[in-house]
Design a protein around this ligand. Structure first.
Ligand code: FES
Length: 101
């Protein structure tokens, strides 16, 4: 496991998301509740990009069927998703957002 720079804090306003690729992985970076979060970008229900979802109160709502996920824990908060999304450790260094993946 190594820390990798994936974005800059200036790229994300509050309640915004960004899609990033890390090798083969499709990740999403979120800024919500004053914190930055990195998760897998593909919804666990079907195929939709969570980086295109609605971000609010530390959660993201899937753009396809509106399941909500907690960005801190990855937990699925409501149907139709039942499986959590994977979340990754995040560190901020200066203006860099680093992820351990
Ligand atoms: S694809 Fe995300 S809730 Fe269905």
């Amino acid at each position: 496991m190594t820390w990798t720079r994936i974005a800059s804090v200036e790229q994300l306003g509050e309640d915004e998301a960004l899609a990033v690729s890390l090798g083969e992985r499709k990740l999403a970076v979120f800024h919500s509740g004053g914190s930055f979060h990195v998760t897998d970008n593909i919804c666990t229900h079907a195929y939709a990009l969570l980086s295109e979802g609605y971000v609010e109160d530390g959660c993201v709502e899937c753009p396809l069927h509106q399941a909500r996920f907690d960005l801190s824990t990855g937990a699925a908060m409501c149907a139709p998703a039942t499986q959590p999304i994977r979340v990754y450790p995040v560190r901020i260094e200066g203006s860099d957002i680093l992820v351990e993946a």
